[in-house]
Design a protein around this ligand. Structure first.
Ligand code: ADP
Length: 452
């Protein structure tokens, strides 16, 4: 096992990793930007190093600074959390060069799966269904239009290097296609440093279903059930649950097998996620693989009782997975709401500021993963996620009631949050009935007070 792990992240996930390390008896090092000096992750870690000023590219994305911090403090491994450098092959390489274990897959695997067009090809070659679309990236607009016409409109143009719901454009017809194609290429280049894009059929009302994968260095790869992440705004997840209300045993077995087969083909070690879209007719399509722990890993933890972060650290350190599950024996139902410091009335504009009052919800089956406290300041530089409220119930009905009471009793003052908006979604009859797909919020603009 590692002796000391540096956490190259901030916020709730940095705390989450510190907790896992504590339980494993591993020492921790926090890194932080100047405005994060008073953050809880700095206070809870055994050691801490300031790595630069507020803007991420000068701190949490500063590879030499982070490697130097690990070397100075004698850390033998780095946990990247999610976001920032979690899926940076250059960072994984820099760790390897400095003989520090990167708690994630090797750089080649990050590179392979980070290129969505290449990952799509791998899935296709293995017989895992993919959304009908282009064979790899396309550069030529005329060729792209021809492909789009063959697939049939609407289509979605996606950045091969995309992530976080960015770098995607939908084209409804041939007239709008060429412009959308050009825009997507420009956006991809600006956001990800590569103009490489590919084209896919745009499904009308799919569910986003993903399978949590865990692998070890002893040849075992398994899935630990699915998550339904269909409640999205601008292709970004807001609410996740496990199991999916749209799942049955037979479909879980087929999708789970496909996910395990894909992860096994690259001998995946640690925690990963295989994402699919599931259409109204029960057909599923591989979308992408994320080679890190995800924000929403918590709902899987609640329905399996396994600590996935500990398991991720243990397996990367060479230990065997401590359980064998493959989708069996899931218990109850879990839901997660991402609480952001944003104003839904102003198009979800971020609302940084100081928290003047804070009281988290509690009671049976309620978990809050957060880094905020009364008096803390949310800096403007980073993602606006301030807390994750996770509930677990015997069944979906109980989980829904629990989430409603949890959101009702969650007090956060000083900044505007999405808590009332999340409550409205949870109580919406369509959500309550489990009838959600990725277009749910588009259909219910009344839930987005901003629109009017
Ligand atoms: P990212 O890596 O940026 O998260 P994904 O490829 O995972 O991007 O897609 C994010 C979301 O975009 C999906 O969950 C879904 O809502 C939507 N999406 C992506 N591809 C399609 C498609 N072919 N048809 C319909 N929706 C899609």
């Amino acid at each position: 096992m590692f002796k000391k792990i540096l956490i190259a992240n901030r916020g709730e996930i940095a705390l989450r990793v510190i907790r896992a390390c504590r339980e494993l008896g591993v020492a921790t090092v926090a890194v932080y930007s100047e405005p994060d000096q008073e953050s809880l992750h700095v206070r809870f870690a055994d050691d801490d190093v300031c790595i630069g000023p507020g803007p991420s590219r000068l701190s949490y994305l500063n590879i030499p600074g982070i490697i130097a911090a690990a070397e100075i403090t004698g850390a033998d491994a780095i946990h990247p959390g999610y976001g920032f450098l979690a899926e940076s092959p250059e960072f994984a390489e820099a760790c390897a060069e400095s003989k520090i274990t990167f708690i994630g897959p090797p750089a080649e695997q990050i590179r392979l799966m980070g290129d969505k067009a290449a990952a799509r090809k791998l899935a296709k070659d293995m017989g895992v269904p993919v959304v009908p679309g282009s064979n790899g990236s396309i550069e030529n607009p005329a060729e792209a239009l021809k492909t789009a016409e063959e697939i049939g409109f609407p289509v979605i143009i996606k950045a091969a290097a995309g992530g976080g719901g960015k770098g995607m454009r939908v084209a409804d017809d041939a007239e709008s296609f060429t412009h959308a194609f050009q825009l997507a290429r420009n956006e991809a280049l600006a956001a990800f440093g590569s103009a490489s894009v590919y084209v896919e059929k745009y499904l009308s009302a799919p569910r986003h279903i993903e399978f949590q994968i865990m692998g070890d260095k002893h040849g075992r790869v398994m899935h630990v059930g699915e998550r339904d992440c269909s409640v999205q705004r601008r292709h970004q997840k807001l609410i996740e649950e496990a199991p999916s209300p749209g799942m049955n045993k037979e479909l879980r077995a087929r999708m789970g097998d496909a996910a395990v087969e894909l992860a096994s083909s690259i001998e995946y070690v640690g925690a990963g996620t295989i994402e699919f879209l599931l259409d109204e007719d029960g057909r599923f399509y591989f979308m992408e693989m994320n080679t890190r722990i995800q924000v929403e890993h918590t709902v899987t933890e609640m329905t399996t009782n396994f600590d996935l972060v500990k398991e991720q650290i243990r397996t990367v350190a060479g230990e065997k997975l401590s359980f064998c599950l493959n989708g069996g024996s899931l218990r109850g139902h879990a839901i997660e709401c991402r609480v952001n410091a944003e104003d839904p009335r102003r198009d979800f504009q971020p609302c940084p500021g100081t928290i003047t009052a804070y009281h988290p919800p509690g009671g049976p089956g309620v978990r809050v993963d957060t880094h905020i406290y009364q008096g803390c300041t949310i800096p403007p530089y980073y993602d606006s996620l301030i807390a994750k409220v996770i509930v677990h119930g015997l069944n979906r009905e109980e989980a829904l009631a629990r989430m409603t009471q949890a959101l009702d009793s969650f007090i956060v003052e000083g900044v505007t949050t999405t808590i009332p908006f999340l409550r409205a979604v949870i109580c919406h009859p369509e959500f309550a009935a489990g009838a959600v797909d990725t277009k749910f919020l588009e259909r219910h603009k009344d839930l987005l007070p901003a629109a009017e």
